[in-house]
Design a protein around this ligand. Structure first.
Ligand SMILES: Cc1cc2nc3c(=O)[nH]c(=O)nc-3n(C[C@H](O)[C@H](O)[C@H](O)COP(=O)(O)OP(=O)(O)OC[C@H]3O[C@@H](n4cnc5c(N)ncnc54)[C@H](O)[C@@H]3O)c2cc1C
Length: 494
């Protein structure tokens, strides 16, 4: 980035946790050594693309983002991100990373009528073992629509002087040639002709065509691992309730009914910007939630708690019911790809998609940019840069990936191989989740892991293991299929 805030990294630092320092000396230093290359092209102008372009703008004279959609002027859904109509939670890690990449990000969302929420105080969750106890955690995030997140990032991105987005510009292939015996990506193909680039970044999301483009260049694409719970979402907006009729002891701003064995659906119903509420229901194993409006509403009283049906009675539907069906975990293994060409990397969902139910994607998109910046600083955009980037990205993605597939593979219908090492992880993770419902310190640790603030290995710290065993010994902690005896159907008053 040129005339704006710089960022600080310690090379080789863990990619968990992050710093918000932005010393300007680093920025000046980056600019002094930034003459190694001139043009970077990013394919896709969504979150991963804009985050990557933000850090590339520090190193390259010019950054061009090619986006196949028309770019909306304000907060609006668009065809290229069909997931935008469904619930998007910003995890704590994501909030920190976007604020670091785009200072003023939080302020902009608050100015646009978002609110801060404490995920353990304002968020009611019905787990297989009952309602999670409520406590003030000191963590805070904002619950807004996906369109609002993207609009805030886009508005701040527009302030970068040497980065531009070209809308309605679809990439249809890559160009490459051999340089010193190594395949080197030299740009992209568009219907208007080729565009030269010193670095091409694929940020075109889960449906990336890069594997096919490489095949056309005569190169085998990276292998993929897929774990598919065959899940689907159905979502609808509501106009917020009349506060006069909203019961005083309904304290939550977001409420979730978490999936458990024996149940067909899980759901999340939350307050977003402009006093609108948003409800997403998820179904698994091809048993998708209904998308006809009357059937969608008729499903609400049949969920594991009737609370969402009661809430919806106090609101007015404000949209049709939207459906989304592609929810698989998919990892394109660029980190072990033998053919890896120079001048090409990929970020965000184009590399590793995790089941959106666990809300890792927005964070992963931003952390990829952090890693990208670090690798550019260490290696420059030549030599060992691509392999170092992909290796570090893979190390970071491993946790969200393992957690996501571990949780999905608890269900027998999920398609995908379960490596033996994952069995122990799955089993222990399930014990931790159950113990977290009883023990606030385990819950805090689990929250930190799920928010990508700590590595999953921190769940295996001796102190945590001892508390999990203690919780197990005192409560038995068997998973339950329905609301266990004695568990209220509504969240206990706060
Ligand atoms: C249903 C659903 C719910 C989700 N909920 C959450 C959540 O709660 N929390 C969370 O953290 N994450 C969530 N995610 C994940 C999150 O949406 C993504 O991880 C995030 O958008 C970052 O993705 P991306 O930028 O890599 O790709 P995308 O957001 O998918 O964007 C890809 C972009 O590339 C453009 N494009 C594609 N092909 C081309 C081309 N050939 N040429 C030019 N442009 C192209 C597209 O138009 C689009 O703008 C959810 C995902 C889904 C599917």
């Amino acid at each position: 980035m040129t005339a704006k805030g710089g960022m600080s990294f310690s090379a080789g630092a863990s990619d968990f946790g992050c710093t918000n320092e932005r010393p300007s000396e680093n920025l000046v230093r980056s600019m002094e050594v930034s003459q190694l290359a001139t043009h970077a092209v990013v394919i896709g102008g969504s979150l991963a693309g804009m985050c990557a372009a933000r850090v590339l703008s520090e190193r390259f004279d010019k950054v061009t983002v090619l986006e196949r959609d028309a770019v909306p002027a304000g907060v609006s859904d668009r065809a290229g991100v069909p997931q935008g109509r469904h619930n998007h939670g910003i995890m704590i890690r994501a909030l920190r990373e976007y604020e670091w990449l785009f200072p003023k990000f939080e302020r902009l969302m608050l100015e646009r009528s978002a609110n801060y929420d404490d995920p353990n105080w304002d968020f009611a969750r019905l787990t297989p073992d009952g309602w999670l106890p409520r406590f003030r955690s000191g963590m805070r995030t904002v619950w807004v629509s996906r369109a609002m997140i993207e609009a805030a990032v886009r508005d701040l991105f527009r302030e970068i002087p040497n980065a531009t987005t070209i809308e309605r510009s679809q990439v249809i292939g890559l160009t490459a040639r051999a340089v010193a015996g190594r395949l080197t990506c030299t740009g992209v193909e568009t219907p208007a002709g080729p565009i030269h680039a010193d670095l091409v970044v694929d940020a075109s999301g889960a449906s990336s065509h890069a594997p096919e483009w490489f095949r056309r260049l005569g190169v085998d694409p990276p292998r993929e691992t897929v774990v598919d719970p065959d899940a689907g979402y159905a979502s609808r907006w509501f106009k917020g309730p009349d506060s006069q009729r909203w019961p005083r002891d309904w304290w939550w701003h977001t409420i979730a009914i978490v999936r458990c064995p024996g149940q067909r659906f899980e759901a999340i119903f939350g307050r977003k910007e402009n006093a609108r509420w948003h409800l997403t229901i998820a179904g698994f194993n091809g048993d998708y939630p209904p998308t006809k409006e009357d059937e969608f509403m008729a499903l609400l009283p049949k969920l594991r708690s009737p609370v969402m049906a009661e809430m919806a009675k106090l609101m007015e539907p404000d949209s049709p019911v939207y459906a989304f069906r592609r929810m698989d975990n998919r990892w394109r293994h660029y980190e072990s790809w033998g053919a890896r060409p120079a001048g090409f990397i990929a970020v965000g969902d184009a590399v590793c998609v995790t089941n959106p139910v666990y809300a890792f994607g927005i964070s992963k998109a931003a952390v990829a940019a952090r890693i990208l910046r670090d690798c550019l600083e260490r290696h420059g955009p030549t030599g060992a840069f691509e392999s170092s980037f992909f290796s570090r990205l893979a190390r970071f993605n491993r946790d969200p990936w393992r957690i996501s597939i571990a949780l999905d593979l608890r269900f027998p219908f999920t398609r995908g191989e379960q490596p033996p090492s994952l069995r122990l992880f799955n089993w222990y993770f399930a014990q931790v989740s159950r113990a977290a419902a009883r023990d606030a310190s385990i819950r805090n640790r689990l929250d930190e892991v799920m928010n990508l603030l700590r590595p999953a290995s921190s769940l295996f710290a001796p102190r945590v293991v001892a508390r999990v065993i203690a919780a197990q010994a005192s409560h038995g902690l068997r998973p339950s299929a329905g609301v266990p005896d004695g568990v209220p159907h509504f969240p206990p008053p706060g």
